[in-house]
Write a protein that binds this ligand. Structure first.
Ligand SMILES: Cc1ncc(COP(=O)(O)O)c(C=O)c1O
Length: 407
């Protein structure tokens, strides 16, 4: 064998995966250098077998954690029977899931799609069609500053954060923004031209900011006064995340929207969005006015149907462990002056910092914890609904170490 000076550098599996993406995948994501391979319960494992406690659940998606036996069984059974058949025909699960959503929301009908943004687009069409049917020039939509409703052009136009809109001008016209929880501004902006109002019960991407009961009640009253459609965006804060089916049921249980959109946790990791609506809103969409190829497929709706069967039993757990997590985080707040507030409901939690949170997220990775930072200075925790107090204790032990790195 001939000896050479050439150093042979071995490329790890993770490095190879990241290099391939850098070469061929659109560079729209600033990913962390972590390649995940599998998950079990509330834990994820990278390509080197290192374990991470998942406190983010794919940004509010993996409600039952990873590899949940009931989800796996439903996928196995349904994929062997029927995954997709188009919306030209019926299958068993859209109706069943729609009935469960109606019971949980008090809204009569559902439309199924594949994502949050897509659900928002349907809500935009409902508001516009309702407004156009009610009178000339009635097409304005009121949305909130600091909100987030998705990346498609309609949803983006409603997103009250210029940083997401600036490269894609011009936006869909007719959107008016007011501050969250500002009743005077809401009252001033609404009139006979208003077709709809869109509100997240708890602003998620905007930094975990809950609406007040008074604001939701006023929005309902003004929507009624001006014949507008009241839309709640429950994409991040809905379907059990707050320990209630929907966050407004905790904040102002007497308020009912006309339309509610949701997605993220609905099918436990499979793409599925839903638009729930009352008969008044449903009247705005007639046959042929809206549709989707994939939306409401048999596989995704079957899993969501089974998840919705389990959810009532999980809500008290979400409420209890969420409260426990917030208490523990408030303990950490007392010891760390750069933490100014711990906000949220159920397992939707934000920790407000006086400093940028990005480096703390990277420190979290070193401690085997997955969470993220939103709005620059808010650490966001959206763990799986099945997380236990013991796992939260582990998270808190790791977070103590993370917070110690702050100079
Ligand atoms: C409140 C809210 N609305 C809409 C969306 C968009 O959902 P998707 O990313 O599934 O399109 C998100 C996503 O983060 C969200 O949090």
């Amino acid at each position: 064998m001939v000896e050479t000076d050439v150093e042979v550098k071995t490329v790890t599996k993770a490095e190879a995966i990241m290099a391939l993406e850098r070469e061929c995948v659109l560079g729209n994501y600033a990913r962390y250098p972590l390649v995940l391979e599998r998950g079990k319960g509330c834990y994820l494992y990278d390509t080197d077998g290192r374990r991470y406690l998942d406190l983010l659940s794919g940004i509010g998606v993996n409600a039952l954690g990873h590899a949940h036996p009931r989800v796996m069984r439903a996928i196995r059974e349904q994929s062997a029977k029927l995954m997709h058949c188009s919306n030209l025909y019926y299958h068993e699960y859209q109706g069943k899931l729609a009935k469960q959503l109606a019971a949980a929301s008090g809204l009569d009908r559902s439309f199924f799609c594949n994502s949050g943004a897509e659900a928002m687009e349907c809500a935009v069409k409902i508001m516009r069609s309702h407004g156009n049917g009610a009178g000339e020039g009635k097409h304005e939509i009121v949305s909130l500053n600091n909100s987030f409703h998705g990346r498609t052009m309609g949803a983006l136009a409603l997103t009250g954060q210029p940083k997401y809109q600036k490269d894609f001008a011009p936006m869909m016209e007719g959107v008016r923004f007011v501050d969250a929880n500002n009743i005077d501004q809401l009252e001033a902006v609404m009139n006979e031209k208003t077709a709809g109002i869109v509100i997240e019960g708890i602003q998620g991407e905007g930094g975990i900011h809950p609406m007040t009961a008074a604001f939701l009640r006023k929005a309902r009253a003004l929507a009624d006064q001006h014949n507008a459609i009241l839309v709640f965006d429950a994409i991040q804060c809905g379907v059990g995340r707050t320990g209630h089916f929907f966050s407004h049921q905790a904040i102002a249980p007497d308020v009912k929207p006309d339309v509610m959109v949701t997605a993220k946790p609905l099918s436990c990791g499979l793409p599925l969005g839903a638009v729930m609506m009352n008969e008044r809103a449903a009247a705005a969409i007639r046959p042929g006015m809206h549709g989707t190829t994939f939306g409401g497929g048999a596989l995704a709706t079957r899993v969501a149907h089974e998840f919705m069967e389990m959810l009532p039993g999980l809500l008290p757990h979400i409420d209890r462990v969420g409260e426990y997590f917030r208490q523990e985080l408030r303990e950490l707040q007392r010891k760390n002056s750069f933490i100014t507030e711990v906000r949220g409901l159920g397992l939707m939690i934000g920790v407000q910092l006086t400093i940028p949170g990005k480096d703390l997220v990277s420190e979290g990775l070193k401690q085997g914890l997955l969470f993220n930072c939103t709005h620059d200075t808010v650490l966001r925790f959206l763990p799986p609904y099945i997380i236990t107090e013991k796992e939260i204790d582990k998270a808190v032990t790791g977070l103590k170490k993370v917070f110690k790195t702050v100079k």
